[in-house]
Design a protein. Structure first.
Length: 192
């Protein structure tokens, strides 16, 4: 596995390095390095043979207003190109609504979609189902299949304190292990 691409709209903040080991303190200075770009550079510092790139951009979100149609369209097109160019998509997002578009795009393109979501006292690690044309009745669901409400804009709700900011210095490494193990088991054929 040599090609890894990061998509993130943010900059490295002082709360990040403790749980996001591709960043360190100096990445937080001066307003913070661009996360996606810095993460790609950091991977190359660990292993120069990796083909790693970062895209600083937003993922269009269900339920959020479209402020600038041209920007959202170009972000969608970039995301579409990235989905097409990659075999697996890891959804390491902050909110339900930010997971929605890459979920349906991954599904439409028949890609492996892996998902990790953190709550205050729990977390979810799962892979999304891809179509098995030989056994369509065995198709697995996605993150949204069992939801009773559609994704919506939670950015204005009083519950919008990000669990990642509060709890994930411990749980995020714990989440990553089953997430990556599951993805590797899938591509190496030990999962159905
Ligand atoms: Zn679904």
């Amino acid at each position: 596995m040599r090609k890894i691409t990061f998509v993130d709209n943010g900059s490295v903040s002082f709360s990040n390095p403790v749980r996001q080991p591709l960043f360190d303190f100096k990445d937080c200075l001066g307003g913070g390095a661009e996360k996606a770009v810095r993460a790609a550079e950091s991977l190359k510092e660990i292993y120069p043979g990796v083909d790693s790139n970062g895209y600083k951009m937003s993922v269009p979100m269900a339920g959020h207003p479209i402020i600038d149609e041209g920007t959202v369209k170009s972000e969608f097109e970039t995301l579409q190109q990235l989905v097409d160019e990659h075999d697996a998509i890891f959804l390491l997002m902050d909110t339900r609504e930010s997971r929605w578009l890459p979920t349906v795009m991954g599904k439409a393109a028949g890609k492996i979609v892996m998902n990790a979501a953190l709550g205050f006292d729990s977390f979810v690690v799962m892979r999304h189902g891809a179509k098995d044309t030989a056994r369509p009745e065995q198709e697995l669901g996605c993150y949204f299949c069992n939801d009773v409400v559609a994704p919506a804009d939670v950015s204005l709700s009083p519950e919008d304190t990000k669990p990642s900011e509060l709890t994930s210095s411990g749980p995020s490494p714990s989440q990553i292990e089953p997430l990556t193990s599951s993805a590797l088991s899938l591509v190496q054929g030990s999962l159905p």
